[in-house]
Ligand binder design. Structure first.
Ligand code: AMP
Ligand code: MG
Length: 322
């Protein structure tokens, strides 16, 4: 008696009309010096979309990397203190965004950190000596980057070097998400290193996005339920080396030219990845008190901070008990 019933259970899914290929599809690749990853729901083969995402991120890398000799940014770094340079609308807009964050963070977010920042080699474990660092740090000041009419840019200090590493990945994610939306995708998770955006939800529930444990590579410190949200984590474990027990990492205090030392991990939630990215770097430099005050002033923006002692601090909107 049981048999026909079992058989019908087995047959039933085959008889239901099903789209050609409705499933979660995943792709990972290397770009902008980090790992990119996308998961999306589509009824079609997503390979062409993955190729389009790769092409867009490679285009941005080619434009914004300070390490590619003929990139727009490297060219600007070489020439802008000699004569004003005309840059693309895209680069100009990112420079304006960076100036905005320089202003609202009272200088903590400063893309000219690179005057000193580029003297470190985290892979080789090399830091500049004190004198060299001091001289280089005197050139950190974003006010030396003049944004002139008609997309022209001039550096007023010949020692200026800029690097968009604190904001470009977020921008690239926003571009990638726009591309997916134009293709009709409604549910996706796109990440580039510590930056990610979740579009829509995951099978009717929020996506569960993890914050990496800052001292255990394999562990998650916390998981957040998110939808249609940008999340960016800045951590002292992402690019660093140890020198006599001191952690030398890639987030630089513009005042000293040295690694910002108060916090170990800062996660910002915002509507756009470009803002979450700039703000996570900013709060890392500002430290707990000033960082929380900044985020609490901004609408639709939240922060989760882990300090050196492992204590977790939340912006007012997330504070437990709210
Ligand atoms: P994130 O992982 O988003 O915090 O970005 C870290 C990257 O931001 C570094 O690798 C640098 O390229 C850049 N960066 C470091 N310090 C600063 C700073 N004070 N202001 C702006 N960008 C910075
Ligand atoms: Mg950032």
């Amino acid at each position: 008696m049981l048999r026909p019933f079992l058989l019908s259970l087995v047959l039933l899914p085959c008889l239901l009309p099903s789209p050609a290929r409705a499933e979660w599809q995943q792709h990972q690749w290397e770009v902008m010096g980090t790992r990119a990853s996308v998961t999306l729901w589509s009824e079609q083969d997503a390979s062409p979309l993955f190729a389009a995402l790769e092409a867009e991120m490679s285009r941005l890398n080619q434009r914004l990397s300070p390490w590619i000799d003929d990139s727009e940014l490297a060219t600007l770094n070489r020439k802008a203190s000699k004569t004003p340079q005309t840059v693309s609308a895209e680069l100009y807009a990112l420079l304006e965004k960076s100036r905005h964050y320089f202003q609202i963070t009272e200088g903590a977010f400063d893309i000219s950190f690179a005057s000193a920042g580029h003297l470190y080699d985290y892979r080789e474990g090399k830091a500049p000596d004190d004198d060299t660092l001091k001289r280089a740090t005197s050139h950190i000041d974003a006010r030396n980057i003049q944004l002139l009419p008609d997309h022209q840019v001039r550096f007023t200090d010949p020692g200026t070097v800029i690097d968009l590493g604190g904001i470009a990945k977020g921008y690239a994610i926003d571009q990638g998400i726009a591309l997916l939306q134009q293709a009709g995708i409604e549910q996706a998770w796109l990440s580039l290193g510590g930056d990610s955006y979740v579009l829509g939800d995951h099978r009717g529930r929020p996506w569960g996005v993890g914050i990496q444990h800052p001292r255990n590579r394999k562990a998650i410190a916390m998981r957040l339920p998110l939808r249609d949200t940008a999340m960016s984590t800045s951590g002292d474990y992402q690019r660093y080396f140890m020198d006599n027990g001191e952690r030398i990492h890639h987030i630089i205090s513009p005042q000293t030219g040295k690694s910002a030392g108060e916090l170990v991990s800062v996660t910002v939630l915002a509507e756009k990845s470009v803002d979450a990215d700039a703000l996570s770097t900013s709060v890392f430099v500002l430290g707990r008190e000033k960082g929380l005050a900044l985020i609490n002033r901004l609408p639709n923006t939240s922060v989760i901070i882990i300090d050196q002692q492992g204590a977790v601090h939340y912006s007012n909107d997330l504070a437990p008990g709210q």
